[in-house]
Write a protein that binds this ligand. Sequence first.
Ligand SMILES: *Cc1c(COP(=O)(O)O)cnc(C)c1O
Length: 365
Amino acid sequence: MKSAIPSRNVLKRMKPYSPGKPIWEVQRELGLDRVVKLASNENPLGPSPKAVEAIRELLSDIHRYPDAQAVDLRATIAAKYELLSEQIIVTNGGDELITLVSEAFIETGDEIIVPGPSFSEYEFGGQLMGAVIRTVSLTEDYQYNVPAILEAVSERTKLLYLCSPNNPTGTILSQSALTEFLNSLPPNVLVILDSAYSHFVTEDDYSDGIEFVKAGYPVIVLQTFSKVYGLAGIRVGFGVASPSIIRAILQVKEPFNVNALAQAAAAAAIVDDDHVRKSSLLVKEERLRLYQGFEELGLSYTSSMSNFILVELYENAEQHYVELMRKGVIVRYGAAWGLPQHVRISIGTPEENNILLQALRMILK
Ligand SMILES: *Cc1c(COP(=O)(O)O)cnc(C)c1O
């Protein structure tokens, strides 16, 4: 029976998030034993071993509620980045931070600026709160079009998103360009700088944004434990901003948004320098090897500062995406970003990347 109770009108306009297909689903649907998932930018080396140990030690305590203020984790993050605990909010993944910021700051009719193609959650949060979304396209080579973004700013602009490195293109806004940009913005605009992939950047002229928070700019930096730290399955991320911005976001946060195991795991992972170093080194080395593989196959790609690469597969991109899946390699098809001739490929272990290149070789022959 159809419900007679109408849900909010805005829900009709909202596109559901389309995640990368999970390994088990492809195994089941296609009857494959070995499936390689290069679709969600996870850490192919797995979680920080110190985080796994921290979870194990806490298992017999999970009848207790988690710390609503995540005091220990915030102190650990604060020490790591030389911040005050009051400048940090811990959230159920970086995704929750985006929703909370939207809830805390957007009044109906406020404008938000979202460069595109980029991470879909920015629009999601804006639409949920009745914002007017101003999309500003990246340039043809997927750089931020700073003049066009400044042009889109109005008196009603409340939030402005910048993802650097950007998902799905892997391109960054340089530190020098970011500095100039922030100095050009009027004071009514709150910038969310999403640096979820900061650990994979090799360019010197780059900032994860935290220095701008320290310098007093109206900036919220988003970080996550899902990527380099390898904790995507347990859902934890954090935001860094001035204490007054953090206080506003805390007002809309559920008390127990981050579970106890996630808090313990994250506190262990963020000081596991060995795991971070190994993981980012793997990405940096394999990135260059994949470039070479793509070049040998005659494929063009966008140089990436992240743990994924946007690859052009031309008119048959969707078909090739399906063929890759049939061979047990899951990548992300670009149509959701308006890039129907592209796929986004996460960087895996050397063995996984070889499987990918071999599959591409067979498909493109
Ligand atoms: C993965 C990702 C995040 C955060 O993801 P969570 O798993 O929710 O922490 C944020 N921004 C971008 C661009 C991402 O790709």
